[in-house]
Write a protein that binds this ligand. Structure first.
Ligand SMILES: Nc1ncnc2c1ncn2[C@@H]1O[C@H](COP(=O)(O)OP(=O)(O)O)[C@@H](O)[C@H]1O
Ligand SMILES: [Mg+2]
Length: 211
C-alpha cells in the first residue's frame, strides 16, 4: 500500500478537492482499492463522501493516535492506496500524518499570498524527510502569474507538469458527492486530473525519499 498525503498550511488551496478527485481517478485507473482518510476536524472530505452514492473509493475513519496501526489494518484488508486529507495548520496531527507519507502533494494557488505561505509547509515536509511535489491549482486561464508561480515554486522543489485551472465543475461536481470526471469524462478538468494522477502515480512508485 502507498500513502499519499495532501498538505498545505494554507486553507482553500484545493487539498480536499484534489483528495476526492485523485481518489476517484486512482480507482478508475486501476490503482485501487483506495481508502480516503480525513484528518481535518472540519471534515469536508468526509461530508463529500457521505453524500456520494458510488461505492468507491472507500472511506476510512482513522484515529490519529492509532494511525500506524490503522494503516497496517487497511493494507491487510487489501487497500492499495491511502489518500490522507489534512487540516490547514501546523499541529501534531500534521506531523503524525507526514510521518506515514510515501509522497506529499502540496497544492498551491498561484497568488503571492499562497506562494509566501508555502515555506512553512515545505519546512514541515523536509523535517519529516519526505518526498514532495507541488501542484498549481485554481489558475486563471492565460494568466502570466501561473508561470511565474511555477518558477517560484521550483526553487523549493518539484512542480507537477500539469496545472489545475479554476473551473466551476471542480466545485459543482462535489456538491452531490461526485468529481468532475463523473460529470463529463471528456472535460478539460477531467483531463487535468488524469494527468495529475499519472504524475502522482509515478512519484508514488518511487516511494519514500530515503526509504
Ligand atoms: N481548480 C478549482 N476550480 C474551482 N474551484 C476550486 C478549485 N479547487 C478548489 N476549488 C474550490 O475552492 C474552495 C477550497 O477548496 P478546498 O479543496 O476545500 O481547499 P482546502 O481543502 O485546501 O481548504 C472550495 O470551494 C473548492 O470547491
Ligand atoms: Mg480541506
Amino acid at each position: 500500500m502507498r500513502t499519499l498525503v495532501i498538505a498545505s498550511q494554507k486553507g482553500g488551496v484545493g487539498k480536499t478537492t484534489l483528495a476526492g478527485h485523485l481518489g476517484v481517478e486512482a480507482e478508475r485507473r486501476g490503482a485501487g482499492p483506495v481508502a480516503l482518510i480525513d484528518t481535518d476536524p472540519q471534515g469536508s472530505l468526509a461530508a463529500w463522501w457521505n453524500v456520494r452514492s458510488a461505492e468507491t473509493p472507500a472511506f476510512a475513519q482513522v484515529a490519529i493516535a492509532n494511525l500506524v496501526d490503522h494503516l497496517a489494518a487497511l493494507e491487510d484488508a487489501g487497500i492499495k492506496l491511502a489518500i490522507i486529507d489534512t487540516p490547514p495548520a501546523v499541529t501534531d496531527t500534521i506531523r503524525a500524518v507526514l510521518a506515514v507519507a510515501d509522497l506529499v502533494l502540496i497544492p498551491t494557488r498561484p497568488s503571492p499570498h499562497d506562494l509566501r505561505a508555502v515555506g512553512s509547509t515545505v519546512e514541515l515536509v523536509e523535517s519529516a524527510n519526505k518526498r514532495m511535489v507541488f501542484v498549481l491549482n485554481g489558475a486563471a486561464v492565460r494568466a502570466r502569474i501561473t508561470g511565474d508561480a511555477a518558477v517560484a515554486l521550483s526553487q523549493h522543489g518539484t512542480v507537477a507538469p500539469v496545472t489545475i485551472f479554476q473551473r466551476t465543475d471542480f466545485a459543482q461536481s462535489m456538491i452531490d458527492g461526485r468529481v468532475c470526471q463523473e460529470l463529463d469524462q471528456a472535460s478539460r478538468s477531467s483531463a487535468e486530473i488524469g494527468k495529475l494522477w499519472d504524475y502522482v502515480a509515478t512519484h508514488l512508485r518511487k516511494g519514500a525519499k530515503h526509504g
